[in-house]
Design a protein around this ligand. Structure first.
Ligand code: PEP
Ligand code: MN
Length: 275
């Protein structure tokens, strides 16, 4: 791969033993495979708390949920914004689960930092260099998602932007890339996991929900992700996917999520890891 010499802080040789990122007391990049789960969007107190309790019960360690949603159409539900952040803080208080949520813009950073244990930079913003620069100044862990059409090199350069600003608490997330295939929402590039782990010391997780767009494919690709060495998973779960305001087609019901958690265990154990 070209450009590797530009990866001053991100390259594996900068920290050959790998980086473990701590998110609200949960360690990612160590022996455990850490599952982060929750709804695509925070929709209401009932929806969030019911989902948060269910994913915790099933073994998830971190709660996900979007308050600021990047939607293709401006007329789709775009999140509850500050009210969504307030509900996430409430869900953390009730369940004890640390929270990850997306900031789409530098204007959201202050509010997101006040409530979240980790800040998500979404696919569409992977090359928003102003946002990456600002996130680089924070002392909060960053979940950096691969851009929809980003190469591995571009992905690593985005991480280098954050690291060069002084924030080296970065988790990389493979979430599928755009290809000619239309049977799935995206093509989940599992090559990325061992490739990224070879080139960088940051933990690597996989989002099989956006990577497929189809709920029943999610557990299959979750097992595959664990088998190729992912340090964690990011999974969308909804108590009533048919009524979801975003990404219902790719959201697991709590009982399917529980089954997925059981099914990934032997794959983790085969690699000497636990879930
Ligand atoms: C999400 O996690 O809900 C999301 C919008 O993801 P991505 O940025 O990968 O599309
Ligand atoms: Mn989503």
């Amino acid at each position: 791969m070209k450009g590797l010499e530009e990866l001053k802080l991100t390259c594996r040789t900068a920290r050959p033993d790998g980086t473990v990122v701590e998110v609200g007391g949960v360690h990612i990049g160590g022996r455990d495979v850490v599952v982060m789960a929750g709804p695509c969007s925070v929709e209401s107190e009932d929806q969030l708390l019911a989902t948060a309790r269910a994913v915790k019960q099933a073994g998830a360690r971190i709660l996900r949920g979007g308050a600021y949603k990047p939607r293709t159409s401006p007329y789709s539900f775009r999140g509850l914004h500050e009210e969504g952040l307030r509900l996430l803080a409430e869900a953390r208080r009730v369940t004890g689960l640390p929270v990850v949520t997306e900031a789409m813009d530098t204007r959201h950073l202050e509010a997101v930092c006040a409530c979240a244990d980790m800040i998500q930079i979404g696919s569409r913003n992977m090359q928003n260099y102003t946002l990456l620069e600002e996130v680089g100044k924070l002392r909060l862990p960053v979940l950096l998602k691969r851009g929809l059409s980003a190469t591995i090199e571009e992905f690593l350069m985005a991480a280098e932007y954050v690291a060069s600003g002084g924030n080296e608490q970065i988790i990389l997330c493979e979430r599928g890339i755009r290809t000619f295939e239309t049977a799935t929402r995206n093509t989940l590039d599992l090559n990325a996991v061992p490739l990224l782990k070879r080139y960088t010391h940051f933990p690597v997780i996989v989002d099989p929900s956006h990577g497929t767009g189809i709920w029943w494919l999610v557990p299959h690709m979750a097992r595959a992700a664990v088998a190729v060495g992912a340090d964690g998973l990011l999974v969308e779960v909804h108590v009533n996917p048919q009524k979801a305001l975003s990404d219902g087609d790719q959201s697991l019901r709590p009982e399917k999520f529980e089954q997925m958690m059981r099914d990934i265990r032997p794959f983790a154990q085969a690699l000497g890891r636990s879930v």
